[in-house]
Design a protein around this ligand. Structure first.
Ligand SMILES: Cc1cc2nc3c(=O)[nH]c(=O)nc-3n(C[C@H](O)[C@H](O)[C@H](O)COP(=O)(O)O)c2cc1C
Length: 203
């Protein structure tokens, strides 16, 4: 129902510190990741790789790479979203497997290949890939809120340090965002948003 969805949207906030004693049940974590997996992406290229960080040692390294934000060490699980880069090259094996859904329509496949190659040549690929990952992150945070789980998008990070901690190759990936999930320790602060009419216009 609409009310349940809006309740989740109101419940979600950028949680600054989690209750270290509370762990997310596996079933809920999988539900959250599923919301990420089912997210829309440009050309259907599913630009993301979700790395679930559970060990305290790795959480500590991420915290250090994220300006010592304590969300990283107090959370139950932190999902680092790596944005694909190398795989997105036109004609790559990865792109071709994603475009295989057009295999039974060779004319469409040829058109999509050409359209994608033209599109690709005119964009900042890393930034484009990161943008897609942010959509998956938003869906995961909303899904989490729907089952009473808190989150905080962490964009305040040193990408090279995060990449090093996670063993990610710069040629292949970039870091889109890290999203720690868990349960709030403190009450939620008031939500500040512009009024509906300040952000919406009908034409
Ligand atoms: C891309 C992105 C990066 C963010 N990075 C951080 C961050 O590094 N640390 C943090 O505490 N909050 C971060 N935030 C959370 C925002 O500050 C927060 O969503 C905003 O102030 C609105 O507050 P609310 O989410 O609690 O309603 C980030 C949000 C987004 C969308």
């Amino acid at each position: 129902m609409k009310e349940d969805f809006l309740k989740a949207m109101q419940f979600r906030h950028a949680c600054k510190v989690f209750d270290e004693g509370k762990k997310i049940p596996d079933e809920h974590l999988r539900f959250i990741l599923e919301a990420g997996r089912l997210s829309p992406s440009s050309f259907g290229l599913e630009h993301w790789r979700f790395i679930v960080v559970r060990t305290q040692e790795l959480k500590e390294r991420l915290k250090e790479a994220c300006f010592n934000q304590v969300q990283l060490t107090t959370c139950s699980d932190a999902v680092a979203i790596a944005a694909k880069v190398e795989d997105l090259r036109p004609g790559s094996e990865y792109v071709e497997t994603r475009f295989a859904c057009y295999a039974d329509r060779p004319d469409v496949l040829a058109w999509v290949r050409k359209f994608y190659a033209d599109f690709y040549s005119g964009i900042d690929v890393r930034q484009w890939s990161i943008t897609q990952c942010h959509i998956a992150a938003a869906n995961m945070m909303t899904a989490a809120a729907f089952v009473g789980i808190d989150s905080c998008p962490i964009g305040g990070l040193s990408a090279p340090k995060v990449m090093e901690a996670l063993g990610l190759d710069h040629a292949k990936y970039d870091v889109a965002l890290i999203v720690p999930f868990g349960y709030r320790l403190n009450p939620q602060p008031p939500k500040h948003r512009l009024a509906f009419d300040d952000v919406v216009e009908f034409r």
